[in-house]
Design a protein around this ligand. Structure first.
Ligand code: NAP
Length: 254
């Protein structure tokens, strides 16, 4: 895909995978809108990208609030009127706890961000995309969408719910040019994995740090999913855990 002048929104862009995606896409000529709650941090990243010739703008946004997500999409589309790529990346895993030890309000907060946050993004992006020439929505998923891990009931359940949203949105809007696709990146060296490691609660927490892929690889995969080459995977979770998945994206072998 030629990213020149494409309008892109990345949620959870203050660190980790979202920050890497913004840093990868801005130098390709796209107009990148970075969204997260940490307003100062996204402003700093956007400022840095702009000084290097990119076009980036920070929009403070809590994805659990539909009004803030609506305002984010409106801001991103107000000038050019199009939205080419939405990366629904914002997500939480903490607090990690077995079901009987979990705090209902903290558990619900993860539902509000991981699941409803993705719904909010789709809810406000789809009308713009379907009405104006299509677009791509990449929902950052996880192997947890289809597997069970102790201490992660909130995370497994919300990622499974997001996979369901990916399937339904593809069914409803593919014919209108809206490409919806999930991305299961495998384990990635970000702050989320630090939290998982510190929990010590399941086998993922005991992985050696070298097992995690860099966030930049996931950024490259997101860009690839925006191209027609990824069309056979629409409406599914594309996985970077397989050799063939990594090869398709052009990532090194591990
Ligand atoms: P991370 O480093 O902890 O970053 C999470 C991002 O989400 C931050 O930018 C954070 O920004 C943002 N965020 C959290 N709550 C938010 C909210 N309410 N509204 C807006 N933004 C919010 O984690 P990461 O590893 O990059 O994770 C990114 C995505 O990849 C998540 O969906 C995660 O589930 C998924 N994933 C990660 C891994 C992995 O191994 N790391 C594996 C599979 C899937 P603020 O705190 O500034 O709001």
């Amino acid at each position: 895909m030629d990213f020149k002048d494409k309008v892109i929104v990345v949620t959870g862009a203050s660190r980790g995978i979202g920050e890497a995606a913004a840093r990868y896409l801005a130098p390709l000529g796209a107009h990148v809108f970075l969204a997260a709650r940490s307003a100062a941090r996204i402003a700093e990243i956007a400022g840095e990208l702009n000084t290097r010739g990119g076009s980036a703008r920070a929009v403070a946004c809590d994805v659990s609030d539909p009004a803030q997500v609506e305002a984010l999409i409106a801001t991103a589309t107000e000038k050019i009127g199009r939205l080419d790529l939405l990366v629904n990346n914002a997500g939480l895993i903490d607090p990690i706890a077995r079901l009987a030890d979990s705090d209902p309000s903290a558990w619900g907060r993860v539902v509000d961000v991981n699941f409803k946050g993705v719904y909010h993004g789709m809810r406000f992006a789809i009308p713009v995309m379907a009405g104006r020439g299509g677009g791509t929505i990449v929902n950052i998923s996880s192997g947890a969408a289809t597997s069970a891990l102790e201490g992660w009931s909130h995370y497994c359940a919300t990622k499974a719910a997001v996979l369901s949203l990916t399937r339904v949105a593809d069914r409803e809007y593919r014919s209108q040019g809206v490409r919806v696709i999930g991305l299961s990146p495998g384990t990635v060296a970000t702050r989320m994995q630090e939290k998982i490691r510190d929990s010590g609660i399941n086998p993922v927490s005991r992985l050696d740090w070298s097992a995690h892929i860099p966030a930049e690889w996931v950024a490259k995969a997101i860009a690839w999913l925006a191209t027609e080459a990824a069309d056979p995977h629409l409406g599914t979770d594309f996985s970077l855990k397989t050799e063939e998945g990594r090869r398709a994206v052009g990532l090194p072998e591990i």
